[in-house]
Design a protein around this ligand. Sequence first.
Ligand code: NAP
Length: 543
Amino acid sequence: MAHIITRPCCNDASCVPVCPVNCIHPTPSEPDFATAEMLYIDPDACIDCGACVSECPVSAIIPDHAIRDEHELYVKLNADYFTDHQVDYGYFPAQYDESVPEVVGELTVAIVGAGPAGMFAAQELLRVEKSKVDVYDRLPTPHGLVRAGVAPDHQATKGIEETFSRIADDPRFTYVLGVEVGVDLTVDELSAHYDAVLLTVGASTDRQLGIPGARLGGVIGASEFVRWYNAHPDATDLHPDFSSDTAVIIGNGNVALDIARILATPAEDLASTDIAGHALNALRGSAITDIYVVARRGAADSAFTNQEFAALMDTPQVNVLVEPETLAVDSDAAMDSTVRNKIELLGRCAVTVDERGGRRVHVRHLATPVAIVGDRRVESISFRRTGSPDESVTTIQAGLVIPSIGYAGTAISGLPFDADTGTIPNVDGRVRGEDGDARPGVYVSGWIRRGPSGGIGMNKSDAKQVALAIIEDFRAGRNPLPRSYDRDALLALAEQRGASVVGLDGWRRIDTAELEAGRALARARMKLTTRGEMVRIATTGRR
Ligand code: NAP
């Protein structure tokens, strides 16, 4: 048997260059990489050397001797990829050449956003011998969606934080946390002090559903709900209502499945995780028994990845139920192995009568939402069958509706913004408005550059490209920027405007306090929920 890659795979491809036989695919230089649900190990080529196991930041690779019955699906997913994908065994992907062009002088970069896109970009820029990288974030805590997006029952995925921690250890790396660019400091003020300003601010809000009733009480956007259960300080006042027996999630991407799992999992099974204390308490009193995950397209076009659907199926005491008739509409003709496995997994849940106990997650397809109905608060949501001339609607009575239809970026004062895609227009990461006007020295990477798709590790190849653009522009003297690097002056200005700046030491104090508080309660971490508490602990080390 060969090694296999399993659910937590973050696609950062750090396993790829260490494989002596190049059996892990798609590599970042292959066309499928940008859309791959995960990476796969070719069972016919793997020599079981184990080099990839220690390289994986999220412990997703299982050595052959540890493969058990419960990994059967991943044995299949790994092998199936190689049945219908042309693989380039050429050695080695040029993109994974870790050398950088030689740079004369000191390159200073302000990165705005301490999430995965920002941290991977810092890693790339620190390869330049004399670079200095200051990473700003509006929160007193770093790591963006790894902290405030990854579901609490997916602790393995958070293993990537160790990689981020090693990046932050570099003496040429500085955290400037608790400073909001666009509010406490402007992009122009940063530009006056750095050779380059790189925005990696992600997508912090929800795409709008735009149907009647979407603003009723009890309708909560996915990004807000996810921030709430992850203890983001901006979402502590959400108070979702769990008093009805039914919740409806619109959309069936991985965020929708994360939310379905959190709503369906018995609260006690979440108690050992780092879920927010307020969320755990609220979920303990939840009356929800039925959760609908409703997609407008057919089964073959389901937005979730196979490994995340399998994780939902494997959730203890949760029944996943799929309407068999929506599986029949897909023709086998154009299916690759990923889609075939999608249909097969859904088929395993195809039941017409549920006779099992526990909470139920009903997965529905071909249902387009038309209206959310209620008097101040949601009472029901109606759907029309997608693509059918029949105008009749079906209705689900529900007290909680969560549109999970994708995240959207927000505009940053002084920079161009494409409201349709929720991104900052750019060419190869270089910011450029619609009329072609460039902003020399200002760059974007991650979701604010390419839109809200792809998991954590996808940001690594993006970061590499943009870092190279920054380095090339610096070498060519393309950015006519003042060269007065003065971080202290910027921090003083931000503090004068009300910011409370937290650095690496302060973040470490917060981290330690949260881990210790968690340990005392047999929890992975007890997250702080207010900026005030975070800043106090960052400054004094005490609660
Ligand atoms: P997503 O994958 O883009 O899914 C969005 C869903 O919303 C799709 O089902 C889409 O349907 C639906 N939708 C969009 N507009 C709609 C409308 N007007 N009415 C009804 N449905 C609508 O987005 P996401 O779930 O927010 O995830 C974002 C990215 O993060 C994804 O790449 C995801 O894989 C990644 N992520 C990964 C993990 C993980 O690996 N564990 C966890 C969370 C997120 P259509 O397909 O028909 O447009």
